[in-house]
Design a protein around this ligand. Sequence first.
Ligand SMILES: Cc1cc2nc3c(=O)[nH]c(=O)nc-3n(C[C@H](O)[C@H](O)[C@H](O)COP(=O)(O)OP(=O)(O)OC[C@H]3O[C@@H](n4cnc5c(N)ncnc54)[C@H](O)[C@@H]3O)c2cc1C
Length: 177
Amino acid sequence: MKAPPLPAHWCFDAAEVGEPTWATSSKPVAPGRVADEFTASGGHLESAEFQELRVGSDVVTVDTSAGPLSAKLVIGADGAKSAVRQSVGLTADIADFNETAIVATVATERPHEKTAWQRFMRTGTLAFLPLADGTSSIVWSADNALATGLIAMPAAQFEAELNRASDHARGTNTTRQ
Ligand SMILES: Cc1cc2nc3c(=O)[nH]c(=O)nc-3n(C[C@H](O)[C@H](O)[C@H](O)COP(=O)(O)OP(=O)(O)OC[C@H]3O[C@@H](n4cnc5c(N)ncnc54)[C@H](O)[C@@H]3O)c2cc1C
């Protein structure tokens, strides 16, 4: 049996599952604030570059730019190219999507109403994520060739392309940074 055609638009409303919001997006939190909350709850913060990890019989030693640290448990939360992961010989399946993500803050003509908007195109995905100050953070993941052209454009031309790609869903957009 032939599957029915997919709708062109999906709308997800947190209220339908009794939740106040799906998620919160924000500009990067100042590292100082995170550090303050961590130390206030009893944590000790050592700001240093990870170098190597040595696993002993009952302790793990982490060599850092500030000297060695010992622990019973080490959590490697150092991102996609984790040096901690490499240090213990763990492998990862890595695929190149041949896409580049362009990130910018834009002022939209129409208010975002605390709603994220995303469009999936053959050439990539364009997302508008609402920010508390009324602006939106865009993430435009585009084929490398398209992204290279977009990045090289003067601001006015980029905005015209952004308006076209978003089909003016939020009106006319103005890039802030
Ligand atoms: C443009 C963009 C948009 C995204 N949008 C979304 C989204 O809408 N929703 C979503 O769920 N995800 C999104 N993601 C993905 C999300 O940001 C990542 O999945 C997430 O940040 C991964 O968190 P992490 O803690 O594993 O790594 P990271 O956030 O990369 O943190 C790793 C930390 O380790 C530190 N570090 C690395 N190496 C060392 C070293 N040798 N020594 C000391 N410190 C080190 C780094 O400085 C960094 O602070 C987006 C990513 C990008 C780039």
